[in-house]
Design a protein around this ligand. Structure first.
Ligand SMILES: [Zn+2]
Length: 174
């Protein structure tokens, strides 16, 4: 039986005879030092992955994006067709500003809808305002646009959509 007590190479205290000496990189250390050294050696827990705005997108946002994208395509096509119809009809020419306005609106809708469909969308600039324009345009010249605008306003009032927009820092969703 070894009567000489071991000396911990780390803290320098003698390791009692009934204590179990541990080996740390071919040095004898006490139990506490061994567990402390093992702890230091263990890889630091990796910091939580940064949570970019837009992560955890609720499915309602994709639904809004798809509706808006489809409505944008419709408004572009219908705006063009409706303008042609008005152009070739008497007095209809005076209504053409309304029909032609559908085309830029449709382009904005396509851009906004495509963004909302992305896995991690960028901050939407004017999600509610665009819905109101969709309704106004719909009442004037393109009924499907009004339906989509109302649907989007309803969807945007849902809790999951609201908290997503608020998380993105969009104004009016706090
Ligand atoms: Zn020690």
């Amino acid at each position: 039986m070894n009567l000489e007590s071991e000396i911990c190479a780390n803290c320098g205290r003698s390791i009692g005879r009934l204590e179990e000496p541990y080996l740390w990189q071919s040095q004898i250390v006490c139990a506490e030092c061994h567990s402390r050294l093992s702890c230091d050696q263990a890889p630091a827990p990796s910091p939580p992955a940064p949570n970019p705005a837009g992560l955890g997108k609720p499915s309602i946002i994709s639904t809004i994006g798809a509706l808006r994208l489809g409505c944008g395509c419709w408004n572009c096509l219908w705006g063009l067709l409706f303008s042609l119809i008005l152009f070739f009809s008497l007095l209809g020419v005076f209504c053409m500003p309304f029909s032609l306005a559908l085309i830029p609106l449709g382009i904005f809708e396509i851009i906004d809808g495509a963004n909302l469909l992305k896995a991690v969308p960028e901050k939407p600039k004017w999600p509610k305002g665009l819905a109101i324009l969709e309704i106004v345009a719909g009442v004037l010249a393109s009924l499907p646009s009004a339906v989509v605008g109302i649907l989007i306003l309803v969807f945007l009032s849902r809790d999951d959509a609201r908290s997503f927009m608020a998380g993105m820092g969009v104004e009016g969703f706090n």
